[in-house]
Design a binder for this molecule. Structure first.
Ligand SMILES: Cc1ncc(C[n+]2csc(CCOP(=O)(O)OP(=O)(O)O)c2C)c(N)n1
Length: 899
């Protein structure tokens, strides 16, 4: 018999994998090692083990060991600290919270309510949360400042149930779970938009929580290193499901967290072994897989698999029988064991060998039934959380093994269908009540009452005292910052744009120059966060490397190759630019962290994330919605935008739709500006809205890479021009008598201006050109007018109508995006309206060829204008035919979107 359970597991693995060529020799090595452990202790054994591993590496021998430790708790009983809580009182509180969470969901679904909700997930997560609430989660009033806690979304009922006990929510709230319209509502999942004083982080879309938690932790360090906020002892806690770890986003930033040594970050993975449909890893063990994954990524891993009830069994188990049995049990089987009673477990698990059976021989079936998993034991969890807090240099993940539907008995514990379970029948309710000793009698529970212990009861006093000691209630979201940031005068940073006087530049160049200037502002400058995903050089931002440096927590540990150049690649601990590498999801997560800093840290920051526009919404649309939900404030700059403007890059790079997609986000304001002066006005207006007025909106601006002559801001009627730029439409050139109105924007404005010249030179027609900076702003205003008229009879013409009514002739819009973008305003255009756009697949060619192909070049715009004029009987139809002939557009191919 081998006295070392680790060795037992090793031998099992060895037997399953490589055959042991010389078992006797192996045994001697292991025995020698065991002797050192026994005689000189673990530290000495570890030293020798590491020395041997180093030595082996020097000899070219590499370990083939899996990065998995035996299937038991990482913290042995001997290192488990004293539990500081009052377990009896905590049990009472935990039971009340479990009950109310269950009842809340049941009430939402009775009498045909059918509101949905989940019971089984919180049943598994309850102790994970409670140990945090009772002993770890610090709130605003704590001297260390508030922790950031990401809650598993479908366990939200448990968080509400606790807030109810604490007195922050009342019965009416609980009765409005998932009924949010009309006040007092509680969101299905954490939604700051809908509960702006409560939830901080939206986690309802699986995978975004883990990713965002890492970047929030990273941003906390960034603020600290830049001297803007002392990170102190604040921690980031993330509670996530084991199924949720399937999401690529969940694991995409693990190595960043380790690389940057984010030791104030802890993940707690609720390993209840099940997801929605069935087991997470039926045929293997998710705990092993996650342990290997996190260890490989450089995290500190703590496993909490077995409760204190098992300590005695492990102590008795000199032969490593338990580990041997665990090693041979896959998760699908563990789930079946959890769905069945003690007798079944004795028969199907402990009867595997006489030694194993002997371990539980003196336990009744009821005792076996009560052998809990580690994630349901506050002592074990507390030990793990405390170890995570104490650990230095690495983030920590706690893999807590739980049972899905814990305590739901036949109604759901470990059942395949438990995720969907929303009610318990009367008998099951009684079992649940008895299981957690909830003081409600049979008659009472039928009516599904909420249960709050008396205010002066020992448990309620304990609850309040614990939260008071930890600084107050949580979750709690700050809706407004106590600070506002002054917006610098426009002239100080955008004079070059307002007085461009025909100088050629691209809008990308213009916005980057504005950014460089704003960074120099003594008040606002330090609060700006420039963010790139490995494209700073593409957008001409290399000068910022030198100007403000690239954030690198460990500084620059090498001599950069370009050290002798003006714009060398300068990394430093206090660097300001967040250079995220090729991770758009990471970059926007950094942007979210900066854009919510006004709330999370009471420190307004102003992030500018500039990226290839195609790799924006379409790549990270779900994160854009998460940003909107948490009321992010900042700028997103979609650079090299447009389908035909980034001409050489082809299909996957050419963005023809981002403004339309961003326009679906209610608090996103979308602009497709044409000129540097417009960008100046928009950036200023956006800053005023977000920093000064503290409006919960964010601004998306497209910018292009084509150099075009930039007009100065008009000298006359400056206020009307500014209003037009911000509202979405102003007349750029031409007068009220013009025979046609051409609407242009962004990259296609140059073609619209050329069309204006062609109409004049080739056909003697005077057309006015309008800059349509935002079709979505125009549309929002238009539908608001329409609604007001419909509901209140207030007849007010839309902005579009008011601008165009005093003009004449057809209106023709051309855009480098799909027609759906200019089509947004069709309802409000008072006359014939014809739209041109780039519907279809992008492809590589010259800009001229692409614009001809998509029919958005000047010639196509002229033909469209003439066609509209002919339909209005303003000109002879022959003129249109003449134009087609003149521009060589007589041959008709299939529509561009079918090619
Ligand atoms: C992106 C996304 N896809 C799917 C869902 C639907 N969904 C909600 S919970 C869930 C299962 C979660 O399993 P797990 O993470 O293991 O948590 P558990 O409830 O088992 O604790 C799924 C698929 C979602 N919320 N988000």
């Amino acid at each position: 018999m081998n006295p070392n359970p680790n060795a037992a597991e090793y031998l099992i693995r060895a037997a399953a994998g490589q055959a042991d060529a010389d078992p006797q020799e192996t045994g001697e090595w292991l025995e020698a090692f065991d002797a050192i452990v026994a005689r000189e202790g673990g530290a000495r054994a570890q030293y020798l083990f590491d020395r041997l591993a180093d030595h082996a590496l020097q000899r070219g021998v590499q370990s083939q060991r899996e990065r998995v430790t035996p299937y038991r708790n990482s913290i042995p009983l001997s290192r488990q600290p004293h539990y500081p809580g009052d377990e009896a009182l905590e049990a009472k509180l935990g039971a009340a919270i479990r009950w109310n969470a269950l009842v809340m969901v049941m009430r939402a679904n009775r009498n045909g309510g059918d509101q949905g909700g989940h019971v089984a997930s919180y049943a598994s997560a309850a102790d994970l949360f409670e140990v945090g609430f009772q002993h770890f989660f610090k709130a605003e009033g704590h001297r260390d400042g508030a922790d950031l806690v990401f809650f598993q979304p479908h366990s939200a009922p448990g968080v509400y149930a606790r807030a109810f006990l604490e007195g922050h929510l009342d019965e009416q709230h609980l009765d409005h779970y998932r009924r949010e319209i009309g006040g007092h509502g509680l969101s299905s999942y954490p939604h700051p938009w809908l509960m702006p004083d409560f939830w901080q982080f939206p986690t309802g879309s699986m995978g975004l929580g883990p990713l965002n938690a890492i970047y929030q932790a990273r941003f906390l360090r960034y603020l600290h290193h830049r001297g803007l906020r002392d990170a102190g002892q604040r921690r980031v806690w993330g509670f996530f499901g084991d199924g949720e770890m399937d999401e690529p986003e969940s694991i995409g930033a693990l190595s960043l967290a380790a690389r940057e040594g984010l030791d104030h970050l802890s993940f707690v993975i609720n390993c209840n072994l099940q997801r929605l449909d069935g087991p997470v890893r039926g045929n293997s063990r998710i705990v092993d897989e996650l342990e290997a994954l996190f260890t490989g990524a450089g995290w500190h891993v703590i496993k909490v698999l077995w409760s204190s009830d098992w300590d005695l069994l492990f102590a008795r188990d000199h032969g490593g029988e338990l580990l041997r049995a665990f090693a041979q049990t896959v998760d699908g089987q563990f789930q079946t064991l959890s769905a069945n009673d003690g007798a079944y477990n004795r028969e199907r698990f402990f009867a595997q060998s006489p030694e194993l059976a002997a371990l539980v021989a003196d336990l009744s079936d009821a005792d076996i039934d009560r052998l809990r998993r580690g994630g349901h034991d506050a002592r074990k969890l507390h030990a793990a959380y405390a170890a995570a807090v104490a650990h230095r240099g690495q983030p920590t993940v706690i893999l807590a093994k739980t049972m899905k539907g814990f305590g739901m008995g036949s109604a759901g514990q470990g059942r395949m269908t438990t995720h969907q379970q929303k009610k318990l029948d009367a008998e099951q309710l009684r079992v649940f009540r008895d299981r957690f000793a909830i003081p409600l009698d049979d008659a009472a529970i039928e009516s599904l009452p909420f249960y709050r212990p008396a205010a002066d009861s020992a448990e309620m006093r304990y609850l309040n005292a614990r939260r008071e000691a930890l600084g107050g209630c949580l979750p709690r979201r700050r809706a407004q910052s106590t600070q506002t940031l002054p917006v610098p005068a426009l002239d100080a940073w955008a004079k070059f744009a307002l007085e461009a006087d025909g100088r050629e530049m691209s809008t990308t160049m213009a916005v980057v120059r504005m950014l460089g200037n704003l960074l120099k502002d003594p008040m606002l400058g330090p609060r700006i966060v420039p963010i790139v995903a490995d494209e700073a050089r593409t957008f001409g931002m290399a000068n910022l490397f030198r100007q403000v440096g690239i954030y690198a927590p460990h500084g620059q540990l090498y001599e950069p190759e370009d050290r002798d150049t003006m714009l060398y690649y300068r990394e430093e601990t206090s660097g300001q630019i967040l250079e995220e590498g090729i991770s758009e999801a990471g970059a926007i997560s950094s942007w979210i962290a900066a854009a919510t800093s006004y709330s999370v840290h009471d420190l307004p920051m102003l992030p500018f994330y500039i990226y290839y526009s195609m790799f924006g919404y379409q790549r990270v649309g779900d994160l854009v919605w998460a940003a909107a939900d948490q009321r992010a404030r900042g700028f997103l700059l979609g650079a090299t935008s447009g389908r035909t403007t980034l001409n050489g890059e082809g299909l996957q790079h050419q963005d023809g739709s981002s403004p339309v997609m961003f326009a679906t986000v209610p608090n996103c304001r979308v602009f497709d500006p044409s000129f540097a002066s417009e960008i100046a006005v928009l950036v200023e207006h956006g800053m005023r809205a977000m920093l000064d007025q503290q409006r919960d909106e964010f601004w998306y601006l497209t910018v292009g890479n084509a150099n075009v002559p930039m007009p100065s801001a008009p000298a006359a009627d400056d206020a009307a021009w500014r209003e037009g730029v911000v509202s979405g439409l102003y007349r750029h050139s031409g007068n009220a008598d013009a025979a046609a109105q051409l609407l242009g924007s962004g990259a296609i404005m140059s073609e619209v201006l050329r069309a204006q010249a062609l109409l004049r030179d080739d056909f003697g027609i005077v057309a006015a050109v309008w800059s349509a900076t935002s079709y979505s702003e125009l549309q929002r205003e238009g539908i608001a007018c329409e609604r007001a008229a419909r509901l209140s009879g207030a007849m007010r013409g839309s902005f579009v109508e008011r601008q165009l009514t005093a003009t004449r002739g057809p209106v023709i819009a051309a855009s480098d995006y799909v027609r759906a973008w200019p089509e947004l305003i069709r309802a409000f255009v008072p006359r014939r309206y014809l739209t041109l756009g780039t519907d279809g697949f992008g492809r590589s060619d010259t800009r001229a060829a692409l614009r001809a192909f998509f029919e958005v070049d000047a010639e196509s715009i002229v033909i469209a204008a003439l066609h509209a004029l002919a339909l209005d009987a303003a000109i002879d139809p022959d003129t249109v035919a003449a134009a087609r002939q003149r521009y060589g557009r007589e041959h008709i191919d299939a529509e561009p979107w079918r090619r």
